[in-house]
Design a protein around this ligand. Sequence first.
Ligand SMILES: [Mg+2]
Length: 244
Amino acid sequence: MARGPIEAVTIDFYNTLVFHRQGQGRGAAIVDYLKENGLEHAPWEHSVLYEVFEDHERRYPASAPPEVKSAYHRHLAGRLFDRLRVRVTATELSRHAPDLWRILGPSCFGVFADAFETLGALRTAGYPIALVSNWQSGVRHFCDELGLLPLVDHVLGSADVGFAKPDPRIFHAASDRLGVPPERVLHIGDSFADDYDGARAAGFVPVHLVREPGAATDAARVVRRLSEVPAVVQGISDASGAAE
Ligand SMILES: [Mg+2]
């Protein structure tokens, strides 16, 4: 069981646990796709993702058979094309739907090699884990299909919680869910403003993940690989024990 100054861990999703396989965001990939297919569209904005996925948490048929999921993918494609004012026939929409799901859905993300082992090590050491992400509704389903859901205890996405990092309220929602006071929760993430500063302002113990070799950070506590996190947690406990 976890004891000592850190009793739980919260962790960011994008660029901490997962990355874009194609090296570009979903918006850029959608714009490329529409161009390749000769489809005119309204300008892309990041908010389009939030609008298209608005009811994803509630409506996505995570455990349904493939044909039910296919119908949902077509529903999502319809929302996307409506929002971007892309005009196609119903038949064309059905043809595009699987491609659009490949661009927008979880399969466009890869899981960092050290993510599974790190979450596993933290759980083995007895730390409950909450994922805290600035994400559209339904990030839980993404975690599920990427194989991460069994390794975390709670998933808090900003669209579902109603607050986005660095707002302290999403961090406090996480510490409440974990049943651990903020000062006993370690947060790890790749964004200095959202993760490091946000978590610090919320009273958490923040750690900045900086994967780029040699990249500078003003953070007082830094890791270069996710797999360093269990040792950092242990180090904080050891330091606390030595001070007593
Ligand atoms: Mg991130």
